[in-house]
Design a protein around this ligand. Structure first.
Ligand code: UT7
Length: 330
């Protein structure tokens, strides 16, 4: 239905800090090796935010400033700004309102979405509803995480995985058949056992004891999460394709959450999509949680064509997972 109003991504931008944490650096910090990290995860280096006084909102603001430059969007034109993150600047207020302040988006309101590595997909689907309902015309969706602020650099199981970064997209209405066609989003709170931060919330407020027990960092049972991740990404991608009568051959790009290269290749294999059609930048940035998918779109933007069929797919803490099917708009 070409005339149907859909929410389309009409611009994308990313921002990553300059400082690199390489596998060689990590070899000096914990008992690990470049060989282990490369073969088990595909990661070679990650970016770490070390600018004094900077936090997630600053990376998000940089990503949005660049987006405005690229698209000609003025701060006062933004109606709504959503930030997907698990590393909010503060427990409250939300990061989105801080970003609106920093970029001068005086007419916007904003809120955060906490859905870990699926946060960008949840936020994109949410932002799209405001466009499709006719409520707003310009919605900015950001995925931003400063994972270094919740990573235990004495724990080799997790510290090799994560990095910092932010990606932002502009959503606008289109009636030419492009834009978000459909989404399948899922959640299962029983999965919280395997991937969480133990303390700092209302369940276990911060105390000397929680700090001494190193409970303010990501805790992950990697093997368990790995299995669920592949299953969740594959099943929702297949469901959204089936529902829209699309075959895998019609998919131009798969944009997977970048948690582990082995998860990415396994998802591609199960779907039957060749790796040439799969966006990958995990080797450079590691797992930036909510930022991985917009950072991929940003880096592959010049290879995308109007009308390309994209499947965005992610899995993360919660558990949360899902897939979005969209037609690229430009
Ligand atoms: O983004 C949100 C969702 N998250 C994910 O999707 C992540 C999913 N999980 C994973 O990506 C992988 O499970 C990891 C990369 C986290 C771990 O890989 P694995 O192949 O599942 O390794 P493992 O946890 O089974 O550990 C294998 C061995 C262990 O040694 P033993 O017990 O066999 O002697 C670990 O202690 O590797 C050891 N190990 C390491 N060795 C060197 C764990 N981390 C390291 C390390 N360097 N950094």
């Amino acid at each position: 239905m070409p005339n149907k109003l859909r929410a389309a991504i009409t611009g994308v931008n990313g921002w990553v800090p300059e400082d690199r944490l390489t596998n060689a650096d990590l070899e000096k910090m914990v008992d690990t090796s470049d060989e282990w990290i490369t073969t088990r995860t595909g990661i070679k280096e990650r970016r770490i935010l070390r600018t004094p006084g900077w936090a997630t909102s600053d990376m998000a603001a940089e990503a949005v400033r660049g987006l405005m430059l690229k698209t000609g969007l003025l701060p006062g034109e933004i109606d709504l700004l959503i930030v997907a993150t698990v590393t909010a600047d503060m427990v409250f207020p939300d990061t989105a309102n801080t970003v609106c302040d920093k970029i001068g988006a005086k007419n916007a309101f904003g809120f955060d979405i906490n859905a870990a590595c699926s946060g960008f997909l949840y936020a994109l689907a949410t932002g799209a509803q405001f466009i499709v309902a006719g409520a707003y015309e310009k919605v900015v969706v950001v995925g931003a995480d400063m994972m270094s602020s919740i990573t235990d650099y004495t724990d080799r199981n997790t510290c090799v995985l994560f990095g910092d970064g932010a990606g932002a997209v502009l959503l606008e209405g289109r009636r030419d058949g492009t834009g978000i066609q459909d989404f399948v989003l899922r959640g299962d709170g029983a999965g919280r056992e395997f991937l969480h931060m133990k303390s700092g919330g209302s369940l276990r407020p911060p105390s000397h004891e929680t700090v001494d027990r190193r409970e303010h960092y990501v805790y992950q049972e990697g093997k368990r999460v790995f299995k669920f991740a592949v299953e969740g990404m594959v099943s929702t991608a297949q469901e959204v394709l089936r529902r829209n009568h699309k075959t895998v051959d019609e998919v131009d790009w798969v944009v997977p959450h970048q948690a582990n290269m082995r998860i990415i290749t396994s998802v591609a294999e199960h779907l039957g999509v060749p790796m040439e059609k799969v966006m990958v930048n995990i080797h450079k940035y590691g797992n930036t949680t909510a930022a991985t998918i917009p950072l991929c779109l940003w880096e592959y933007e010049d290879r995308l064509k109007k009308g390309d069929n994209l499947i965005l797919t992610a899995f993360g803490g919660g558990f949360t997972w899902g897939s979005i099917y969209l037609k690229w708009a430009y």
